[in-house]
Design a protein around this ligand. Structure first.
Ligand code: SF4
Length: 425
């Protein structure tokens, strides 16, 4: 979502007469968009800011802005600790970035970490008509009401809000006109989407996907990230029957122990998750499942950890993200007794070994198959293109550049650590 937000902030500043540069030396304004999910997020922001100290001394008119969830969570503190920051803006108010830049010019500093009444997406308006890469993100839902005990999202992104269907269709249409062929719908809790639809009806994520399915020129739809409790029947049905919805699902479980899931406030059990996976696979047998895992959550015993490994063995993931638990200030789990770092490292290693084996098995099983690949960009080798399969594997193929932006059939011949290779059919 930060990639999407950064693009939109660049557009806001372009509307105010700025041009984008990736050289800090050339900049009149440096914008640091931050994520609070990573460990020691705030410290990383301060060390990153330190790099601009000399530049700021040389160019006193240079404006330094901090945006994103760290800005939201620690805005005042950032202003206090780091005098070189002129401007702090939270994820719900970045549509005001250009105004804030002006305020910072006039008064020295500006901060906006409100959750404003107006919808930022309405204010952001139409995007410029420049050509885009074939795959794009589109935020449809923000915030979360679930309050998992380890997570900062409900505090930094606020309560769940869904964009109206018409706004999303308009933005999707613009993206397609600019060359986009695949859209990934984004939301912190995307399958809880419940936006204003047509004829006064509220639309679910599945209903939104069916609307997007009608869009000429759009070839692929994906969505992320989902909560197991919000996998509704109509979404399973969409996975079974909607031709543009890709057979890939990121469905975090976090732990396989019911005791730990309860302490995490996840409100599902290991068995309800496994039953759900069975239902999903009945609807779409070839779906590639991806998951998130936290090891070493406070109070996690050997038996709890073993239950997580057991769940992984049962589900069989094609892709996964796994982390050692680390505290997020302000969240309930941060106040609890923490497990030793060494133990967390040991468990993470064991868990990742198992997940890597499953990932490799899934990837290797693609050899000999014919996949549909959306070509996205040139590869590292001369004459090579890189694209994505339906299952989100990167695929390398020798093919003419003119095929970038198109979906082609590819016969898979090899599998390496993080990608597949094949030839055009
Ligand atoms: S459902 Fe996801 S975003 Fe919401 S609190 Fe839990 S982990 Fe965070």
């Amino acid at each position: 979502m930060n990639v999407y937000d950064s693009e939109r902030m660049v557009e806001v500043m372009e509307g105010a007469g700025f041009e984008q540069t990736d050289r800090a030396d050339d900049a009149d304004m440096i914008l640091l968009n931050t994520c609070h999910i990573r460990e020691k997020a705030a410290e990383k922001v301060y060390s990153e800011l330190g790099r601009f100290k000399n530049l700021k001394n040389e160019k006193p008119n240079l404006k330094v802005a901090v945006a994103g969830c760290v800005a939201q969570a620690e805005g005042e503190e950032i202003m206090r600790r780091q005098p070189l920051v002129d401007l702090v803006v939270g994820p719900q108010s970045y549509h005001r970035l250009a105004e804030l830049e002006k305020v910072a010019h006039q008064t020295g500093r500006a901060i906006d970490t409100d959750f404003p009444e107006e919808d930022k997406f309405n204010v952001l308006g139409v995007r410029p008509k420049i050509k885009r890469a074939p795959s794009a993100f589109l935020t449809v839902q923000e915030g979360c009401d679930k309050f998992c005990a380890f997570c900062v999202v409900p505090y930094t992104r606020g309560a769940e809000v869904s964009r109206p269907v018409q706004n999303i269709l308009n933005e999707a249409k613009e993206l397609v006109e600019r060359g986009v062929r695949e859209i990934t719908l984004l939301g912190q809790n995307v399958n809880a989407y419940h936006g204003e639809g047509f004829q006064g009806r509220e639309y679910s994520l599945a209903a939104l996907i069916w609307e997007l399915n009608k869009l000429d020129g759009l070839e692929r739809i994906r969505f992320t990230t989902s909560h197991p409790n919000d996998m509704s029947l109509d979404l399973l049905e969409a996975h079974a029957n909607c031709e543009k919805l890709m057979p890939y699902l990121h469905l975090p479980v976090q732990s396989g122990s019911d005791r730990i899931l309860k302490r995490m406030n996840r409100s599902h059990t290991a068995q309800s998750y496994i039953d759900l996976v069975d239902e999903i696979r009945r609807a779409r047998p070839d779906i590639l499942l991806s998951g998130d895992f936290i090891v070493g959550f406070p109070e996690e015993t050997d038996a709890d950890f073993e239950a997580t490994l057991e769940l992984i063995r049962e589900v069989k993931y094609g892709q996964a993200y796994s982390f050692k638990y680390s505290t997020r200030p302000g969240t309930p789990a941060a106040e609890r007794d923490q497990l030793p770092e060494k133990l967390k490292t040991k468990r993470l290693y064991e868990l990742q070994t198992l997940l890597s084996q499953q990932q490799k098995t899934t990837q290797d099983s693609m050899i000999g198959r014919d996949l549909r690949v959306l070509f996205e960009k040139p590869g590292r080798l001369e004459g090579q293109l890189v694209g994505k399969s339906e299952y989100l594997h990167a695929v390398h193929v020798f093919a003419p550049r003119s095929l970038i932006g198109s979906v082609q059939s590819v016969h898979i011949t090899a599998s390496s650590s993080n990608s597949l290779a094949g030839s055009l059919i």
